[in-house]
Design a protein around this ligand. Sequence first.
Ligand code: ADP
Length: 297
Amino acid sequence: MESRKTCDSCGDSSCTAKNQQQNESKEAYADRRRLQARLCRIQHKIVVLSGKGGVGKSTVAVNLATALALNGLRVGLLDVDIHGPSVPTMLGLENESLQGTDGGLIPVERGNMKIMSIGFLLKNSDDAIIWRGPMKMGVIKQFLADVEWGDLDYLIVDAPPGTGDEPLSLCQLIQPLDGAVIVTTPQKVAAVDVRKSISFCRQVNVPVLGVVENMSGFVCPKCGEITQIFPVGAGSKIAVDMKVPFLGAIPMDPALAQSGDSGKVFIYHFSETPTGKIMQEIIDQITDTDKTNKLNS
Ligand code: ADP
């Protein structure tokens, strides 16, 4: 049975949605209350960020959400990566489309995981999303305020890449946000982006749960040995420099790429492989850091 907490019955006097702000229109206030009423029913909210696309942000988000759901938790996975919504493919949900009722949009359910993706708006996965800024923000807002998430233990958000307006409004809308996981690749050129992502989080008061260095070394599909084909370690160096946790390094693993393409979640199907174990250790650290942060806050 879901606890139907509403703003009217809520006793939290510190909640900013309790009162209409000066210069806030009635409609804007009603929107804000609706958003807050949804978010209040979600215990932990984690956003997965990256300085740019293609570094493995969605891979980390999908595997983190799935691992939590496999642990029996009620999980929501929200994919608002406007430029490349890959969650439907990674979960084998390409044929799903948006369904709605009077109460809001209905997320796709797989076991105890609820999934909503910008990709469900596209009739054809080859379609590009060509929206102007305000429209992108509107969709991000709608996906938070109008999706019937119900009561969740965790909401994992696959954010738009970069440090621009879209991740900014996302982080401002999801309040309070437990923290951000920042995904990067080992190259020095990516290092600049991680620094930007960390200072972005600091500016918007989002705790950094840690940095994941993805595609760090290569797993031989024949013998399983990890070879460092490029210099690695930029992610861990920055984490130390900027005093945020380093969560670990995931190697480039052909099985990980194949699992993403075929809709088979890696952490479920390949949990016993060396990469699967590395991934699980990273996920455990994210949830541990998150819990410690919550206790200390
Ligand atoms: P982003 O969300 O940052 O754009 P994705 O998670 O979509 O990146 O990853 C981009 C592509 O790289 C996907 O095809 C994914 O399966 C693949 N990929 C991600 N991480 C790895 C890895 N460690 N090894 C092999 N392929 C990977």
